[in-house]
Design a protein around this ligand. Structure first.
Ligand code: ADP
Length: 500
C-alpha cells in the first residue's frame, strides 16, 4: 500500500503551523506562518480571523510544497488550536462581525469581577464547567461582541450570527461554510458548556445573554466530522481530529490512562493529568476540563497552569542580559553544583496554581557576596522545576493517584539540566519524547485513530517514541531540603504589591 499521511494544523497564538506526519509518527514536512497581534488598547488582544485562516492556508501550501507527497496520500486532517479565543461570524455572508478576541484579552475583566462577587454564581459555574470565572474563557468575549458591535445582538437573536473557537472557524472555512462544529475539549473552555450533562447550558447562556442558536454542534475529538471542500486541496479530505492545544499535547504524549500526566514547558507551563471517565473537582484551584471525547465517551483532565516558566529564561536574556542565548543557561547551571541557597521566584505576573496570588511579585533571594550569575541562572531554571512540583503535588492530593512518571515537551525542556533537576525534585522519572511537536502530533493521532492509520491506543503507543528518560539521582533528604527552601522563598514573594 502506498505511504499515507495525516496533515495536522496547529493554530497557535502567534503563528499557524501545518505538519505532515507519516504512519510512523515522523514529521515529513512543515510550514509555518506568523500573523498580526492586534492591541487596540492596553490589555486588549485581537486577531483578524481572515488573516488566521490565510496564515493556515499559507502554512499548508508551504508544508505540501516541501513534501514530495501527492494530496491523494493525505488520508485525514487533524486540527489543534489556541484555546478559548472566540470568533463571531455571520452565517449568511460567512464574514466575522468583529476580530477574534484572544484568550489573553482582559477587556471583560471588570464585567466578570461583578459576577465573581456573587458566591452562588461562582459555585454554579465551577460545578457546571469545572472552570473559574475569568476573562480567558470565551463566554464574556462573545457577550462583549454582542454588546458592542452595532446590530450584532439583533442579528444574533434572529439566528444570523454564530460563534466558535478557532477550531470551529477553521473548519467552517475548510468546508466552504457548510460545517459549524467544535469538539468536546474546545467546548469545555467556553464557560458555556456543561461538562457533566455534555450540553450547552441554558442557565449559562442566559447569564451571558448568548442565544443558543449561536453555539456550534459538539462532536467527538476523534471522528470524521466534515470533509474539506475540494476547492482547497483538489479533493475532499476528512477532517477527523480536533482538540484544544493542551489536550492535544496530552493525547500526543500518549497519556491515555488515568493518572498519566504531561507538562509542556513553553513561555508558561500547562500540566494536565488524565483523570479517566470521572471529572475530579480540585480542592487546590486546578481546573476540571474535558481531555477528549471518543465515540461519545468522555475522558476528563485536571489542569494546572504556571504563568512564567520558559519566560524567566527570556527575562534573563533580554532584560537582565546575563545570558546571550537560552541554551547558554544549561552550561552555566552545570558549571556549579548548587545555587548556594539562591532562589528565584518568577512571579513576574503573580502566581498561578496552586497559589493564585495576583499580588505576588518576582523575587531573587538568598544573595551573598559569593553569588554570581551562574547561581542566578541556575536558580531560575530550578524555579521551573519547583513550580511544576507545586502543581503536581496538588494533583496527586486531588486524585489520590501517586504518579510514577511525567512526560515532558515544549521548548525549554530541551535543557538537559532542567530535565534532570525536574526528575530530582519530583522524585519521579521524566520522559522526553523524540518528536517534540506533541500538540500537532496529538491532532494527527486523533485524526489517524478515526481513519484507520492507527486503529487503537496500542498502535499509537508504538508510534510515541522515547528520546530520553531522566531518573532521580538526588537523595530524599536533599530533595526535601531544597524544596523547603523554595516554599520559604515563595512565601517571601507572596502578597507583595498592595491591592489597588
Ligand atoms: P511557546 O510555544 O510558549 O512560544 P516554546 O515551546 O517555543 O514556547 O518554548 C520557548 C521557551 O522556552 C522560551 O521561553 C525560551 O526562553 C525557553 N527555552 C528555549 N530553549 C531553552 C533552553 N535550552 N533552556 C531553557 N529555556 C529554553
Amino acid at each position: 500500500m502506498a505511504t499515507q499521511y495525516i496533515l495536522a494544523l496547529d493554530q497557535g497564538t502567534t503563528s499557524s503551523r501545518a505538519i505532515l506526519f507519516d504512519g510512523n509518527g515522523q514529521v515529513v514536512a512543515t510550514g509555518q506562518r506568523e500573523f498580526q497581534q492586534i492591541y487596540p488598547q492596553p490589555g486588549w488582544v485581537e486577531h483578524d480571523p481572515e488573516e488566521i485562516w490565510q496564515s493556515v492556508w499559507h502554512a499548508i501550501e508551504e508544508c505540501l510544497g516541501h513534501a514530495s507527497v501527492s494530496v491523494d496520500a493525505i488520508t485525514a486532517i487533524g486540527i489543534t488550536n489556541q484555546r478559548e479565543t472566540a470568533v463571531v461570524w455571520n452565517k449568511t455572508t460567512g464574514r466575522p462581525v468583529y476580530n477574534a478576541i484572544v484568550w489573553q484579552c482582559r477587556r471583560t475583566a471588570d464585567f466578570l469581577a461583578e459576577l465573581r462577587s456573587q458566591d452562588r454564581v461562582v459555585d454554579m459555574i465551577r460545578q457546571k464547567t469545572g472552570l473559574v470565572i475569568d476573562a480567558y474563557f470565551s463566554a464574556s468575549k462573545v457577550a462583549w461582541i454582542l454588546d458592542h458591535v452595532p446590530d450584532a445582538r439583533s442579528l444574533a437573536e434572529a439566528g444570523q450570527l454564530v460563534f466558535g473557537t478557532i477550531d470551529s472557524w477553521l473548519i467552517y472555512k475548510l468546508t466552504g461554510g457548510t460545517a459549524h462544529v467544535t469538539d468536546y475539549s474546545n467546548a469545555a473552555r467556553t464557560l458555556l458548556y456543561n461538562i457533566h450533562t455534555l450540553s450547552w447550558d441554558e442557565e449559562l447562556l442566559t447569564l451571558f445573554r448568548i442565544p443558543p442558536s449561536m453555539c456550534p454542534r459538539v462532536v467527538d475529538s476523534s471522528g470524521v466530522c466534515a470533509l474539506s471542500s475540494p476547492g482547497w486541496l483538489g479533493r475532499e479530505i476528512p477532517i477527523a481530529g480536533i482538540a484544544g492545544d493542551q489536550q492535544a499535547a496530552l493525547f500526543g504524549q500518549g497519556c491515555f490512562r488515568p493518572g498519566d500526566v504531561k507538562n509542556t514547558y513553553g513561555t508558561g507551563s500547562f500540566l494536565l493529568m488524565n483523570t479517566g471517565s470521572g471529572p475530579v473537582a480540585s480542592a487546590h484551584g486546578l481546573l476540571t476540563t474535558i481531555a477528549w471525547g471518543l465515540a461519545g465517551q468522555i475522558t476528563y483532565a485536571l489542569e494546572g497552569s504556571i504563568f512564567i516558566t520558559g519566560a524567566i529564561v527570556q527575562w534573563l536574556r533580554d532584560q537582565l542580559q546575563i545570558i546571550r542565548r537560552a541554551e547558554e543557561s544549561e552550561d552555566l547551571a552545570l558549571s556549579i553544583d548548587t545555587t548556594q541557597g539562591v532562589y528565584v521566584v518568577p512571579a513576574l505576573a503573580g502566581l498561578g496554581a496552586p497559589y493564585w496570588d495576583s499580588y505576588a511579585r518576582g523575587t531573587i533571594i538568598g544573595l551573598t557576596r559569593g553569588t554570581h550569575r551562574a547561581h542566578i541562572v541556575r536558580a531560575a531554571l530550578e524555579s521551573i522545576a519547583y513550580q511544576t512540583r507545586d502543581v503536581l503535588d496538588v494533583m496527586v492530593q486531588d486524585t489520590g493517584n501517586p504518579v510514577k512518571t511525567l512526560r515532558v515537551d515544549g521548548g525549554a525542556i530541551a535543557n538537559r539540566f532542567l530535565a534532570q533537576f525536574q526528575a530530582d525534585i519530583l522524585g519521579r522519572a521524566v520522559e522526553r519524547p523524540q518528536v517534540r511537536e506533541t500538540t500537532a502530533m496529538g491532532a494527527a493521532f486523533l485524526a489517524g485513530l478515526a481513519t484507520g492509520m492507527w486503529p487503537g491506543f496500542e498502535p499509537l503507543e508504538a508510534v510515541w517514541r522515547l528520546d530520553e528518560v531522566f531518573t532521580p539521582k538526588m537523595t530524599e533528604q536533599q530533595r526535601e531540603a531544597l524544596y523547603r527552601g523554595w516554599l520559604k522563598a515563595v512565601d517571601r514573594a507572596r502578597n507583595w504589591v498592595d491591592p489597588a
